[in-house]
Design a protein around this ligand. Structure first.
Ligand code: NAD
Length: 498
């Protein structure tokens, strides 16, 4: 835990140490900007070199620790996180503004992620194959790669680091985490708890800073894997650097997700789904529903009316209040960006059905609150239909039929999560096949990632570079294959010749 003065230190390999920069940035509560949550070091190249040299030594031990033993640490970390669930959830709500009920869900996701990847410690399967030759076997195994630089966004500052840290460690790698400067606390607690769970010194570090410091991590020659969650713009820069260095790189980037509502949809289910999809986490999820593609029908106008009324009734406020359904935006500049988006859309012809401005007066003046906003009259090529807002703003696009709906849904550079509401399973499956997205929901909103098993989190197109998190495919980022040929024929056998 931080000291009473709220001054945090770098955690380098399990030891707290001041940054040689002697410089700090401040983190405030987005629901109450007068509350300073902590001062975080601006880590620099020297801190990074230090963390790397400690990580290198730790890797030489950790890589040889049997994976089931590594798993025991993740199991213990899950237990510790469970014991601290309420405390960690409150920290998470304070640093992001998200409603406490959502924060509890996110901490549960950390627990589930640890448990899932601890289970993988008994597997980390490779392959055995058939040789073309007699008395010869082929096995392909997965091995760790080395130091992984993990760079995360602010919106899921506990879950997203756990999606990276758990598969990296269980595979035998060591990690250096850099959380977003807008939400650095949950990552700090996560690393602290791994050490409480028995992680050997040196295997994990956390350093703090802006994108400039993130770039130092990406460029460090001894950091062999980069996993970044963030915007498309930053993802492209990071990918370019990794490409030049031939460094393994996993990118989980933005989204412009949509729900298609067909005329036979269950309207009550749809209403609940769109409300949660669009305004949960104040629309600040990579999977937030930011477009409702509504088939024109006898009920589409009355549905919009009901939906607008329900959005107006959402309780916006400080996430620590159990009744809050929508929290603040992360920073005031982000709120300004969201508002500018709405203003530009109105100029383009969009019609604001509700919201469209900052909330003021009383407790609203303390934080970055914005009204849940629904904008209709949106055409598929307008900015609001195509670009990620990352706020509580839903675009309503009306279409004539399913073919037009799928075309509109795919008409964006992103490909994270698309959903369809219909009672016709044939139409749902056909749409699902046509969707250009890594995640498809049928009769559920675009949000939400389940952990493990068949569930894999990641997107198509500009949402990423094809890697996945949350499920077993995450191991592909953190392992490299080695194929071992065993020839027990006692003679030279020449493949493809003999
Ligand atoms: P961002 O791209 O501004 O920053 C993400 C992280 O990258 C931060 O830690 C930042 O400091 C770092 N960074 C910035 N420039 C860098 C550089 N040049 N080199 C290395 N690191 C750099 O994104 P954000 O505002 O923190 O988060 C919001 C974005 O993240 C949204 O686009 C959202 O959709 C996306 N996101 C995606 C997922 C996913 O899994 N697909 C999950 C959560 C958020």
């Amino acid at each position: 835990m931080p000291t009473a003065t709220l001054t945090y230190k770098n955690n380098i390999g399990g030891n707290l140490s001041e940054s040689s920069s002697k410089d700090f940035f401040e983190k405030y509560n987005p629901a109450d900007k007068s509350e300073l949550l902590g001062k975080f070091p601006k880590s620099n190249q020297k801190d990074l070199d230090n963390a790397v040299s400690i990580a290198k030594k730790a890797f030489e031990i950790w890589r040889y620790t049997p994976a089931p033993k590594r798993a025991e640490i993740l199991y213990r970390a899950a237990e510790i996180t469970k014991d601290q669930k309420e405390e960690l959830s409150r920290i998470l709500t304070k640093e992001t503004g998200k409603p406490i009920v959502e924060a509890r869900g996110e901490i549960q996701e950390v627990i589930d992620t640890y448990l899932f990847f601890a289970g993988e410690g008994r597997r980390i399967y490779g392959l055995t194959g058939q040789s073309e030759l007699q008395n010869k076997s082929i096995i392909t195994i997965r091995q760790p790669i080395g130091i992984c630089g993990l760079i995360s966004a602010w919106n899921f500052p506990a879950a997203v680091p756990s999606w990276k840290v758990a598969p990296a460690l269980i595979s035998g790698n060591v990690v250096i985490l850099k959380p977003s400067k807008d939400a650095p606390m949950s990552g700090y607690m996560l690393i602290e708890n791994l050490y409480k769970a028995g992680l050997p010194k040196g295997c994990a570090s956390i350093l703090f800073g802006t994108g400039e410091f993130g770039d130092l991590i990406v460029r460090h020659p001894d950091i062999k894997v980069i996993s970044l969650t963030g915007s498309v713009e930053v993802g492209k820069m990071v990918y370019e650097t990794c490409g030049r260095m031939l460094k393994k790189c996993a990118l989980e980037l933005g989204g412009k997700n949509a729900i298609i509502a067909l005329e036979d949809a269950n309207q009550d289910l749809l209403l609940e789904g769109v409300l949660w999809g669009a305004f949960g986490t104040t629309g600040q999820r990579c999977t937030s529903t930011s477009r409702l593609i509504l088939q024109k029908s006898s009920w589409s106008n009355s549905f919009l009316e009901k939906f607008v009324n329900a959005a107006k009734k959402l309780t916006v406020g400080n996430g620590l209040n159990e009744k809050t359904q929508v929290g603040p935006l992360i920073t005031s500049s982000h709120r300004d960006n969201v508002h500018d988006f709405v203003e530009r859309t109105v100029k383009e012809g969009g019609k604001v059905l509700c919201g469209g401005k900052s909330l003021t007066g009383g407790e609203y003046d303390k934080g970055n609150f914005y009204e849940p906003t629904i904008v209709s009259n949106i055409k598929p090529n307008m900015e609001l239909a195509c670009k990620e807002v990352f706020g509580p703003v839903l675009a309503v696009i009306e279409v004539n039929d399913i073919n037009e709906a799928v075309k509109v849904a795919n008409n964006v550079e992103y490909g994270l999560s698309l959903s369809i509401y219909t009672k016709d399973i044939n139409l749902a499956m056909k749409a699902g096949n046509e969707f250009e997205s890594g995640i498809v929901y049928i009769n559920a909103p675009t949000i939400g990632a389940e952990c493990g098993g068949a569930a894999a989190f990641g997107g198509w197109k500009n949402t990423g570079n094809g890697t996945r998190e949350g499920g077993v495919m995450a191991l592909d980022t953190y392992t490299q294959y080695k194929t071992i040929y065993i020839d027990y024929s006692d003679r030279l056998q020449r493949a493809q010749i003999d």
